[in-house]
Design a protein around this ligand. Structure first.
Ligand code: NAD
Length: 337
């Protein structure tokens, strides 16, 4: 039997990706939605044949605890709202997938993990690329040292933002700019390619070309992540332009993806030849994997702890950029990536 998923927040990502993916999942399906807009709830009810009693507003949300149609709550709200809704979902006894970044403060991230542990529910982060075959190949090549030890990782994830992205430039909702939204993918990839946790970061903000639009958050940022064996990741993320790539240079070869972080259309090459993999539905595989973890009582490979680890790194990157110095990181409490 499929596990029931409630989507919380019916914005662009739910509309464009998660809803459609839930039509392709084998182990879970959409059974409920939570939205502030009655019009959106109706529209989703029609499209996904939802029961009338499975449409919730934010005020009603806590009533999900009595609803056996809901096993998993998927939080797809602006970043600063992730903590409140994750904690409320946990207290309602539901497993949670929370979108990236896990939260906007480390304290919130810890509270979310605690709430899920206390309630005995699983917590996972929407890190869809762990389920993409190109990224799994990068993990194999990097962590597995297939082309020798990786010395240098270079990555950029940038997105020119527009009118519809209002909350993304509000510090109080987004918790930061492109680093929180896009750069997090580079932070993730650097770790799963290096197969290690970073020990220090060094960062600087890029100059603002539109100080009015970016009065609350950075417009662009560049940073380095250092690993204990000397491997470095050199990264950049901007809200002023589009584009993304990822490249790793190893002792006996190189490998790269360009584009690297999209939902589809990824292209990969290595010094040994082109990477040929079928396109997958990243979000469908991600949600199915979580459903299987729940059924088998296992921790997700994209756990709340991984989300917290990345949040600690993002905060150190900001601290380094603001303070103009290298920031050491102590991530000993976390598993090796
Ligand atoms: P969006 O702006 O399109 O949707 C946000 C939704 O939250 C809207 O339906 C909005 O009505 C609702 N909302 C509730 N309270 C709000 C408030 N106070 N202010 C603004 N909106 C409010 O955003 P999105 O692109 O769907 O992003 C939502 C989350 O999903 C973010 O955390 C984002 O980082 C994440 N996301 C992840 C991916 C991915 O690839 N994993 C892609 C896109 C977005």
């Amino acid at each position: 039997e499929k596990l029931g998923v409630a989507l919380v927040g019916l914005g662009e990502y739910s509309n464009g990706q998660l809803g459609p993916a839930l039509k392709a999942t084998a182990y879970c399906s959409l059974t409920a939605v939570v939205s502030g807009s009655e019009e959106k709830r109706k529209k989703w009810q029609d499209e996904y044949q939802l029961k009338s009693e499975n449409l919730y507003s934010y005020a009603d949300f806590d009533r999900i605890k009595d609803n056996t149609d809901i096993d998993i709550v998927y939080i797809v709200l602006p970043n600063s709202m992730h903590a409140e809704y994750t904690i409320r979902a946990a207290r309602a006894g539901k497993h949670v997938i929370c979108e990236k970044p896990l939260a906007t403060t480390v304290e919130d991230g810890k509270r979310m993990i605690e709430a899920c542990n206390e309630a005995g529910v699983r917590l996972s982060v929407g890190y869809r690329l762990h389920f993409d075959l190109f990224h799994q190949e990068l993990m194999r090549l990097g962590r597995g040292r297939t082309l020798g030890k990786v010395r240098r990782i270079i990555s950029d994830d940038s997105m020119a933002i527009g009118e519809k992205d209002q909350w993304r430039v509000k510090g109080s909702l987004a918790g930061g700019g492109p680093l929180m939204n896009n750069g997090i993918y580079c932070v993730q990839a650097a770790q799963y390619i290096a197969g290690q946790l970073p020990v220090a970061v060094n960062a600087s903000f890029l100059p603002k070309t539109d100080p009015e639009k970016f009065k609350d958050v950075e417009e662009g940022i560049q940073w380095e992540m250092e690993f204990v064996d000397g491997t470095v990741a050199i990264c950049e993320s901007s809200y002023a332009r589009d584009g993304n790539f990822l490249r790793a240079e190893a002792d006996d070869g190189w490998f790269e993806l360009s584009p690297a972080y999209e939902y589809s259309g990824l292209k990969g090459r290595a010094s040994t030849g082109e990477m040929i993999f079928p396109e997958v539905n990243q979000q469908a595989l991600q949600m199915d994997d979580f459903a299987i973890c729940i059924k088998n009582n296992k921790t997700s490979r994209v756990s709340g702890e991984m989300g917290l680890r990345d949040l600690i790194i993002l905060k150190a990157i900001y601290k380094s950029a603001s303070g103009g110095r290298k920031e050491p990181l102590d991530l000993d409490a976390f598993a090796q990536p």
